[in-house]
Structure formats: C-alpha cells, structure tokens
Design a binder for this molecule. Structure first.
Ligand code: URA
Length: 234
C-alpha cells in the first residue's frame, strides 16, 4: 500500500496531508527516513512517525464537534491557542476533516479514517456544506444573483452557491449559503467580493449530516446512519 494511504489509514491525517509528513522527513521505514512518496509499504515494514510506531489496526472513530469560536483546527498551534482536539478527550488519535476558521463556529467532523477525510474534502466529490451567515447590511437582489452565479475575489474563482435569505437582523441580513468547494475563507471571500463583511459564520451541515442541537464545545459520535452516508463517498 502506498505510503500516504498507509499513514492516513493509521489515523494520522488525510492522504494529502500525510504526503507532507513524508516530505517533511518525519516518516521512517525500518529505521530509515523515507524520501520517496512512491514507497509501497510491505508486510513486516516498521513504520514510524516522529519516532513513534504506527499501525493500521486502530478502530475507526467518527465524531462531530460543535466547534466554538476561538480555537484552531490543527492538532497543535505554534501560538499556543486552543485547538479543537482540546474538546475531544478520547484514546484514539483523531484529526479534523477540513478546516473552520478561528472565528467560525459549528459542525466539524473528526475521525482517524484518512480515506474518509480524503473523500469528504476532495473537490471532485462536491460534498455540500451549509453555512448560516450574518452579513453586514442588506445585499441587493443583484448581489445575491452574483453569489448564485459564482464570484471572483483576489484572483480566486468561487463556484455558484445556493443562497437563501433567512431574514433581516436589525440592519444586517441572515443568509443560508450552500457550497460544494471548500476553499480557504470561501464564504468570507465570497461576501467580500460584494464589498460586504461577514459578521457571524456557523456551519450547520456537511454531506447531509446536521449539527442539530449540540451545544458549543460539545461533541458526539456519529450514529450508524450518519457514518454510512459519509462512507458511501469513499
Ligand atoms: N468559509 C469561511 O470563510 N470560513 C470558514 O471557516 C468556513 C467557510
């Protein structure tokens, strides 16, 4: 099995991120630092990451967290900020599926199933992500149409989004926006392309799985039906 697939199967991260482990020189096979991404792991190989042995045997775990604002979606933060893993204390080593910004809250999936993380985040699968967005002011019909047709911001193109106006909030507007990409700061950049700001951003759904009534900072295991929905993407 190719090294990136093997490492992600051990629960380290998505396949793409695991390639980075290799290029960063963090992976050893049979005591030697691995230099090639093309390496196929064989039966009996002793694989280490950061000096710790890894293996494929771990039970697969699927979790949803209601990520609060004020934490990052990485396993460790160089600035010492709180991470999403501080909320989920279990013995298996899980990692976030995709990212939410520091100041974004809502549904974040965590797993040790690298293949599943890869399937959920890969643009080719066009997995739906739904956001509740408080936007400054009152976007006009023409502005909403631009979001629905696809916009460009700082040279990056964003695909057409489904946009529903949920209502007015004082001088601002609550929108529900559904996207299928997953580019960095996608929603904020789409709104900025209109010359407006996002005042609040919460993800409510990923791949048909809903956040529901989970409180901020709380997490739960996905049920069998929810896991099946995600696994069908693999
Ligand atoms: N879009 C953003 O701008 N930020 C997020 O955290 C998620 C989607």
């Amino acid at each position: 099995m190719r090294i990136n697939k093997y490492l992600s199967g051990c629960g380290l991260d998505s396949r793409r991120k695991c390639e980075q482990y290799v290029t960063d020189g963090r992976v050893k096979v049979n005591g030697k630092v691995l230099t090639s991404l093309a390496y196929d792991v064989k039966d009996g190989d002793y694989v280490e990451v950061d000096g710790k042995a890894v293996s494929l045997s771990e039970r697969k775990v699927y979790i949803m967290l209601n990520k609060p604002k004020g934490c990052v979606c990485t396993s460790s933060d160089e600035k010492g900020r709180k991470t999403v893993l501080d909320f989920v204390k279990i013995k298996e080593r899980v990692f976030p599926v995709g990212r939410l910004d520091y100041d974004t809250e809502g549904l974040l999936l965590l797993t040790n199933d690298g293949e599943l993380a890869y399937a959920v985040t890969h643009p080719k699968n066009m997995v739906k992500k739904v956001y509740s967005v408080r936007v400054e002011g009152e976007p006009s019909d023409a502005e909403l149409k631009r979001l629905r047709n696809g916009v460009e911001f700082n040279g990056v193109k964003y695909m057409p989004a489904k946009v529903v106006v949920l209502g007015k909030e004082n001088n601002d507007t609550r929108l529900e926006i559904t996207i299928t990409e997953g580019k960095n700061h996608e929603i904020k950049n789409m709104i900025e392309s209109l010359g407006r700001r996002v005042l609040f951003l919460k993800r409510t759904e990923v791949g048909g799985i809903r956040l529901g009534g989970l409180s901020r900072g709380e997490w739960r295991y996905l049920n069998a039906k929810e896991v099946d929905k995600l696994v069908s993407l693999k």
